[in-house]
Design a protein around this ligand. Structure first.
Ligand code: NAP
Ligand code: GDD
Length: 384
């Protein structure tokens, strides 16, 4: 019997996968909320998922959606969690300009649905649930001070950031009004080999590896001068857990304290493969945002002092780790294309040059290839 039960919304995302691993390692029973989809969305957690017919299963998946308030209540009643980590979001800032209402529904209203469900659940059962809200450095937006800490005013610059500000204050208000143990982690950008392929770091490492192996030649990017405080996702999920282990609920900035430009990330990633990015990168205005966040740099002194948290992976190690993982992926693609097999995305669209245009491959390849921005031929690539 596990000591604690955790519920993770957004378990199929980058952070959800690392957090599920961490909590399982700590002996938790972990329930993840996932959306029903016509394809597979569990690639990031397949390695920790075990068939429910086996014994001692501690990772469970529940179908749910942040837009379905009643469904969330049912899950809560069924799972009876001690801790909830609300990670689900339409998390792509550029996309939020194209889908502002949907983004706000999922992030702002979705969080409110969850807070309401927790409030009623606590009142009815008398059981206390601890809730972590995935707040974002994007809320600082047009920054009022550098570096940013828990006292820095917000100046959101995207529909995504506005929705996150709403969820941030709702979380605090439920804490103050109803005594919920609810906390915000204001996390700065964190990346990993599991990062979605349309975020700039992964887009770069994926392309660098493919260029190295001759699978593509060009990489189209937007604003290379933007600066971010980039850390490793594996380190950041530890901070999430620590935040919920404190005696009193509170809000914390989680960051490395260092800021680098997209250009510097290009230097590090392409340099690791001894490539000159200037020969391959072209600017495409479609990747610029209507309103940009030019610089983010966090001051995580409070997290260091009260949680004892500090990042372990450096900027250089992070970039190299991501490039190395993407080299393995590109090697597999190259092996297949060299052998004349087409490499297909989840939707069956060919993403690599092929000798024969035969039927889409199934299984392994379909799951590995999530092409987004790697080729300008892809319809999805042009959007993000
Ligand atoms: P991610 O990889 O994009 O994962 C987002 C997760 O949310 C996925 O599991 C996704 O499911 C799920 N989701 C999206 N819409 C949903 C809905 N309507 N109902 C239920 N689930 C839904 O994001 P991440 O990088 O892991 O980030 C985790 C959280 O931290 C997000 O809230 C993000 O906004 C926030 N955050 C991230 C960073 C960062 O740098 N990574 C920094 C600060 C804050 P599918 O797999 O089905 O798409
Ligand atoms: N995605 C993308 N694609 N970004 C690009 C590109 C490109 O081709 N070219 C330049 N950039 C710039 C963006 O304009 C932005 O300034 C920076 O690279 C980082 O973009 P993303 O990697 O998309 O991340 P983000 O900072 O907008 O948002 C991420 O971090 C937030 C925390 O600050 C996401 O993970 C959010 O969910 C998270 O809240």
């Amino acid at each position: 019997m596990s000591e604690k039960t955790a519920l993770i919304t957004g378990v199929t995302g980058q952070d959800g996968a690392y957090l599920a691993e961490l909590l399982l390692a700590k002996g938790y029973d972990v329930h993840g909320v996932m959306r029903r989809s016509s394809g597979f969305s569990t690639q990031r957690i397949d390695h920790i998922y075990r068939d429910r017919h086996e014994n001692d299963i501690r990772l469970h998946l529940e179908y749910g959606d942040m837009l379905d308030a009643l469904g969330l209540r049912r899950i809560l009643t069924k799972v009876k969690p001690d801790e909830i980590y609300n990670l689900a979001a339409q998390s792509h800032v550029r996309t939020s300009f194209d889908q502002p209402i949907y983004t706000a529904e999922v992030i702002a209203m979705g969080t409110l649905h969850l807070l309401e469900a927790v409030r009623d659940y606590q009142e009815m059962t008398g059981r206390q649930v601890r809730l972590y809200q995935a707040s974002s450095s994007e809320m600082f937006g047009n920054v009022r001070q550098v570096p940013q800490n828990e006292h820095t005013p917000f100046f959101p610059r995207s529909p995504y950031a506005c929705a996150k500000v709403h969820a941030f204050y709702q979380t605090i208000n439920y804490r103050d009004a109803y005594g919920l143990y609810a906390c915000n982690g204001i996390l700065f950008n964190h990346e990993s080999p599991r990062r979605g392929e349309t975020f700039v770091t992964r887009k770069i490492t994926r392309a660098a590896a493919r260029i190295k192996l001759g699978l593509q030649d060009k990489l189209f990017l937007g604003n290379l001068d933007a600066k971010r405080d980039w850390g490793f996702a594996g380190d950041y999920v530890e901070a999430m857990w620590l935040i919920l282990q404190q005696e009193d609920p509170d809000d914390f900035v989680v960051a490395t304290g260092e800021t680098r430009s997209v250009r510097e990330f290009l230097d590090e990633a392409f340099g690791h493969l001894k490539l000159d990015w200037q020969k391959h990168v072209e600017i495409d205005k479609r990747y610029f945002r209507p309103t940009e966040v030019h610089i983010l740099q966090g001051d995580a002194t409070k997290a260091r002092n009260l949680l004892g948290w500090k990042p372990k992976v450096s900027f250089k190690q992070l970039a190299h780790m991501m490039v190395d993982a993407d080299m393995e992926l590109a090697q597999r693609e190259k092996t297949l294309t060299d052998a004349g097999f087409p490499v297909h995305a989840a939707d069956g669209r060919p993403v690599c040059g092929t000798r024969s245009q035969s039927k889409p491959l199934k299984g392994l390849v379909r799951r590995e290839i999530e092409s987004e921005d790697r080729s300008s031929a892809s319809p999805r690539a042009t959007a993000l």
